[in-house]
Ligand binder design. Structure first.
Ligand SMILES: Nc1ncnc2c1ncn2[C@@H]1O[C@H](COP(=O)(O)OP(=O)(O)OP(=O)(O)O)[C@@H](O)[C@H]1O
Length: 259
């Protein structure tokens, strides 16, 4: 069985079927992209994978266990973490503190131990800071560790979000439009960074509109349109798939006609 197995998941909002029987699988260590025109249902898929939305039909099996009825926090603990389409850092916290937020999901001390600052509490906190700094080093952000998140260049803020996701201990990282708003140089650096995550053994699922990023980095691609799966395959296969081209161009044509 694949590392992540998604079988026929469906999500309805009133009369809208935002995601309609979508299935896909991701093997350990792969970079898989989910693409599709605006409103195709991509973010809704991420929200189902991370427990933000309950699924109406289907199942999600991660590492051999069903996770589709778990709460978001339980899903993070099971090893899946994400970033968001719009940066959601704690802008008025320092860089290292943003990463520490990610580590807290695995806190073992109890409330009393934290109030009295017991040796167990202090040891665990010291270990977390050490780990947070190690993560920052591994992604080349440690020189910013005491800066406020809001003062980082845009591309580095995106990296910091990924650092926070890694700090949860997750091995499957979901990236929602990581290249959004980046200039070509930042996108290129991001590509290298995501490749380095793969080399370290992380598994990545990415939603991305920037086709040069998608085609360059994905092992496999799934395409959805109007909530339905329309194609899957290797980047070269997807680039030449008529249904995919039609989904993108057809939507473009309609938007042009609407204007
Ligand atoms: N909470 C919600 N309530 C009602 N409708 C929703 C909700 N979330 C998403 N939708 C609808 O579901 C459909 C899919 O939206 P979704 O955001 O998943 O698409 P997307 O592929 O991520 O789009 P984009 O590329 O523009 O971010 C859209 O029609 C959207 O309006």
């Amino acid at each position: 069985m694949a590392y992540l197995q998604v079988n026929g998941i469906t999500k309805r909002f009133g009369g809208i079927v935002a995601v309609d029987k979508v299935s896909f699988e991701v093997n350990e260590g792969e970079i898989v992209s989910i693409i599709g025109p605006n409103g195709a249902g991509k973010t809704t898929v991420f929200n189902m994978l991370t427990g933000v939305y309950k699924i109406d039909e289907g199942e999600i099996i991660f590492d051999g266990k069903p996770i589709h009825n778990l709460k978001p926090q339980q899903i993070v603990k099971s090893g899946i973490s994400r970033t968001f389409q719009n940066i959601r850092l704690f802008q008025d916290l320092r860089v290292v503190e943003n990463v520490l937020v990610g580590t807290h999901i695995r806190t073992k001390y109890n409330l009393l131990e934290s109030v009295i600052r017991s040796p167990k509490f202090r040891k665990e906190e010291d270990e977390k800071v050490f780990r947070a700094i190690e993560i920052l080093k591994s992604i080349g952000l440690d020189h910013y560790r005491d800066d406020y998140a809001e003062n980082l260049p845009y591309g580095d803020q995106r990296k910091l979000e990924i650092a926070r996701a890694i700090a949860t201990g997750a091995k499957l990282i979901l990236l929602d439009e990581p290249a959004a708003g980046m200039n070509p140089q930042e996108s290129e650096e991001l590509l290298q960074f995501i490749r380095s995550l793969k080399q370290k053994g992380y598994t990545i699922i990415m939603i991305e509109h920037d086709m040069s990023v998608v085609m360059n980095i994905s092992d496999r691609i799934y395409v959805i349109d109007h909530g339905k799966p329309i194609a899957s395959g290797l980047p070269a296969e997807i680039a030449n798939n008529e249904r995919v081209i039609e989904a993108y161009l057809g939507r473009g044509r309609k938007n042009a006609e609407d204007k």
